[in-house]
Design a protein around this ligand. Structure first.
Ligand SMILES: [Zn+2]
Length: 172
């Protein structure tokens, strides 16, 4: 039965084969392909470009990837829309069972190597790349809504505006 060539089909790849041949792939996803981003507060339509370089590491398929794009989130200071640049690198190792270590610095993920879903991988990595607290870089964005004293206090609390879950995991 003919099927429409939707991005989901195109997303399923054989990671073992691609690793054996050292292949590279590129994919572009829109936020409508990545519903978990909307659940995490990403607004409207945005596009993420992903590249994947496959290799073998300790007998498992490894993926070195990049994720580039721009997403809209709600600024937690002024509740307006803030555009966040995503420019991330990731490295995952596809393993058959849960493991706690990170061989070669790769984050182990459990997936079927013959049917790796790149869309799912991108969605996962994009969630890790989102800032924990989205805010405009200019801390005066919330000026109209806050008392001056509070604003100073909150300005001191601004740590790294782009700190995300991945940074937290790296620091562990
Ligand atoms: Zn703001």
């Amino acid at each position: 039965m003919p099927r429409p060539s939707d991005v989901r089909n195109d997303s399923l790849v054989n990671a073992a084969d691609l690793a054996a041949t050292g292949s590279r792939l590129e994919r572009t996803y829109s936020s409508s392909d990545l519903p978990r981003l909307a659940e995490a507060g990403v607004l409207g339509a945005s596009t993420l470009q992903a590249s994947f370089r496959f290799s073998q590491y300790e007998g498992h398929p490894a993926v070195d990837g990049t994720l580039v794009g721009r997403v809209s989130l709600t600024c937690q200071r002024c509740m307006g829309t803030v555009e966040i640049e995503i420019d991330e690198r990731f490295g995952v190792l596809i393993v058959g069972a849960d493991r706690a270590d990170e061989p070669g610095g790769y984050e182990p993920i459990v997936a079927d190597t013959a049917r790796l879903d790149l869309r799912w991988l991108v969605e996962d990595q994009a969630l890790l790349a989102l800032p924990l607290v989205a805010r405009h870089a200019d801390e005066r964005c919330g000026e109209l809504n806050e008392e001056p004293v509070e604003r100073e206090a909150s300005a001191r609390n601004v740590q790294r505006p782009f700190q995300n879950l991945r940074d937290m995991m790296r620091k562990r």
